[in-house]
Write a protein that binds this ligand. Structure first.
Ligand code: HEC
Ligand code: HEC
Ligand code: HEC
Ligand code: HEC
Ligand code: HEC
Ligand code: HEC
Ligand code: HEC
Ligand code: HEC
Length: 469
């Protein structure tokens, strides 16, 4: 019986290869292991959709079956007996690494693999405590990854699974979930290349990369030309296999004529725009005495991606504009706000051991975590609306109209209280005055030189004339 099937399979394979569509649905396994053949027979009847997707995958064509992925050593924490086989539900990056060691190593070395390490962060206090634990289960951890717990009966704890968060901690101790980008059971590279794939996590008020991409010229070109993106091609090299537009994967991961595909998404970025004050992406590692790829080398690689479609000058000038915006945000708003905020907490004008119990803590959080990130990320990826109206505009309003007035209110209150509080208030006030002494805040403090004011008045008059009926 299996022999006949084998012959049939070879014939079908040959026909499909001739037709140039080797990965279309096929019904007959070629030389699949006996174990996997048994899984398929049963599961075909039980969950046809799952098996059909597997048949559609490249794994199917390469005889990588259910058992090749789900087999588990009986000693594994999550292994269980299943119809005579020792298997596990979770197929971790360690399991994929048996056949894909390169991709797995790059992934393990990336920030993505550490995405589950959010315990202790300010955001975690927000999710777990201010909001509540089930908010973190259904929210944070579906993007960042849970710590998967195995129940005594070997089932998986429902507060920790299902979960395909990027930095999931698996029962075998490995980090991550390849299925975060490679949806099962098709494990289709084409799906992973699309911006929608990254957009499960990279969107929303605090990191709107998906929306930024959609607004950018690159996103516009992509959506207008999806049929020319050659997404199904086994080889996917920009400038060779496609040219209409870059996707997230193109810039952050995929191969170019010069660069190999990388599974470390931080490999080509030079800043980290996540913290209150942006820093170069290698700064933390250097401080910790670790040797990592320098930010200059990373930026150099990103430029090689751009160079497939743009000139050197174009790209160099873009980086000047981008660095300029990051510096503006850092120097004018982020550093002053951080200095004031740090002083407020250390001086005892705020509770130092609890976050988010005072209004100004929310104000500061909005300033850097939402608006400040949006402005910087918009500039990084060519979205003027995110840079301006969802970004710097809101940063400025938050800083001048909420943050500074709220600090002053706290200072006044402490001065009225007298004693040690009043002395602390004086200290805080000094830091506020230092911050606002910067030339760029002179318009706000009323210290702008007369000639600058006069020039602006003249420009305003000219503008009104231009629009006069
Ligand atoms: C005799 C039929 C049969 C065989 C053989 C079989 N399965 Fe299953 N399997 C099932 C059924 C039925 C379920 C439960 C479906 C449900 O709960 O909805 C299941 C569930 C599973 C689950 C999920 C378990 C869980 O706790 O969520 C995995 C993973 C799985 N099978 C993999 C395999 C693999 C791999 C093989 C081959 C080594 C295999 N199965 C062989 C019938 C079978
Ligand atoms: C390339 C590896 C791979 C192959 C091949 C594979 N699986 Fe899976 N399977 C996975 C991954 C990854 C998951 C996701 C589990 C997780 O990490 O949460 C999964 C999940 C599952 C689940 C539970 C998820 C659910 O939605 O209920 C079942 C059942 C399952 N696989 C059965 C099968 C069967 C049957 C086959 C063969 C037809 C198969 N798998 C082939 C990797 C694989
Ligand atoms: C037993 C070996 C084996 C295991 C285990 C395995 N793979 Fe594969 N995988 C392969 C082979 C072989 C190919 C190439 C098939 C081809 O080129 O036709 C492949 C191809 C792929 C591709 C490319 C698909 C495409 O559309 O181009 C992806 C993505 C992938 N595997 C992801 C995974 C992930 C994720 C896991 C773990 C959940 C995994 N693989 C586990 C052997 C394996
Ligand atoms: C929609 C998916 C999603 C949700 C929900 C989510 N995050 Fe994130 N988070 C991300 C992404 C994506 C980044 C990285 C953004 C970037 O690099 O621009 C991130 C960044 C972070 C960082 C910064 C990490 C660093 O290295 O600086 C922390 C901490 C964090 N998130 C914690 C949380 C917590 C806690 C929650 C729940 C209260 C949460 N996140 C909810 C997707 C999410
Ligand atoms: C951040 C999303 C993401 C994650 C997470 C991810 N991949 Fe990928 N992977 C991709 C993209 C995008 C491609 C296609 C790139 C291309 O062809 O340009 C790809 C391609 C692949 C390929 C095909 C490589 C080739 O040369 O054709 C394999 C194999 C693979 N991934 C394995 C894995 C494994 C194993 C893991 C987990 C350790 C993993 N991936 C995690 C996004 C991801
Ligand atoms: C399942 C959620 C998820 C998906 C899908 C996802 N990411 Fe991420 N990504 C994250 C989280 C969370 C972080 C922040 C990790 C941290 O700082 O601990 C992050 C960080 C990053 C970073 C910053 C890396 C660094 O070294 O600072 C880049 C760039 C990135 N992702 C690109 C991508 C791209 C491109 C894709 C799609 C191909 C993608 N991500 C898909 C969740 C995701
Ligand atoms: C045309 C190339 C290009 C495309 C397309 C692109 N990016 Fe970026 N991305 C960049 C550049 C350039 C930077 C800034 C790099 C630096 O700081 O040097 C960046 C920065 C990032 C960061 C870092 C933010 C941080 O916290 O530091 C993340 C995350 C990210 N991109 C994700 C994505 C996602 C998700 C998509 C698709 C929705 C995408 N990118 C599309 C080029 C691109
Ligand atoms: C696959 C080709 C491709 C790649 C790779 C690529 N771009 Fe583009 N880029 C385009 C196209 C197409 C446009 C739209 C041109 C137009 O509308 O006239 C564009 C537009 C731009 C614009 C103009 C934005 C605007 O609103 O006018 C900038 C700036 C830019 N790209 C920078 C970059 C940078 C920096 C990189 C690398 C990080 C990069 N591009 C990578 C194809 C590409």
């Amino acid at each position: 019986m299996r022999n006949k099937l084998f012959v049939a399979a070879v014939t079908v394979t040959a026909l499909l290869a001739v037709a140039g569509m080797a990965w279309a649905d096929r019904t007959v396994p070629t030389s699949l292991s006996d174990q996997s053949a048994a899984c398929v027979t049963c599961h075909e009847a039980e969950m046809a959709g799952l098996v059909k997707e597997w048949r559609h995958s490249r794994h199917y064509g390469a005889d990588v079956g259910c058992y090749e992925c789900h087999a588990a050593d009986p000693k594994d924490a999550d292994a269980f007996e299943h119809n005579g086989y020792s298997i596990a539900v979770i197929v971790s990056p360690k399991d994929c690494a048996k056949c894909h060691p390169g991709e797995s190593q790059q992934f393990q070395a990336s920030h993505h693999a550490d995405a589950g390490a959010i315990l202790g962060s300010l955001d975690n206090m927000l999710g777990e405590v201010v909001e509540g634990p089930m908010a973190a289960v259904n929210g944070c951890k579906q993007c960042h990854g849970s710590v998967v717990k195995v129940n005594p009966d070997k089932t998986l704890d429902p507060t920790t699974w299902p979960n395909s968060g990027m930095g999931r901690i698996n029962p075998d101790g490995s980090k991550g979930s390849c299925a975060a980008c490679h949806s099962r059971h098709s494990f289709d590279a084409a799906l992973a290349r699309q911006p929608e794939n990254c957009g499960k996590c990279h969107l929303g008020p605090d990191h709107p990369q998906k929306e930024i991409y959609e607004e950018s010229k690159h996103g516009i070109a992509y959506y207008a030309n999806i049929d020319r993106m050659n997404l199904q091609s086994p080889s996917w090299v920009v400038g060779i296999d496609y040219s209409a537009a870059p996707t997230c994967a193109t810039c952050h991961m995929s191969a170019t004529k010069e660069l190999p595909l990388t599974h470390d998404v931080g490999d080509r970025i030079s800043w980290t725009l996540r913290p209150p004050v942006s820093q170069k992406v290698d700064a933390a590692a250097i401080k910790a005495g670790k040797k990592v790829k320098s930010w200059e080398a990373r930026r150099g690689d990103m430029k090689k991606v751009c160079a497939n479609c743009h000139t050197t000058n174009y790209v160099e000038n873009f980086y000047k504009q981008y660095d300029g915006l990051v510096d503006l945000y850092n120097v004018k708003f982020a550093e002053p706000a951080r200095n004031i905020y740090t002083k407020l907490r250390s001086s005892g004008l705020l509770t130092a051991d609890v976050d988010f119990d005072e209004e100004i803590e929310w104000t500061y959080y909005y300033l850097w975590h939402h608006e400040g990130r949006r402005a910087r990320m918009g500039a990084a990826m060519f979205a003027p609306d995110y840079t301006q109206w969802h970004g710097m505009f809101e940063v400025a309003e938050r800083f001048y109209m909420e943050f500074i007035p709220q600090v002053r209110e706290l200072v006044e209150k402490a001065k009225t209280a007298g004693g040690a509080k009043a002395a602390a208030a004086e200290e805080v006030e000094k830091v506020v005055n230092e911050a606002l002494a910067m030339e760029s805040h002179a318009w706000f403090t009323g210290k702008e030189p007369a000639e600058i004011k006069a020039a602006r008045k003249k420009a305003a008059e000219d503008f009104r004339k231009r629009y006069a009926p």
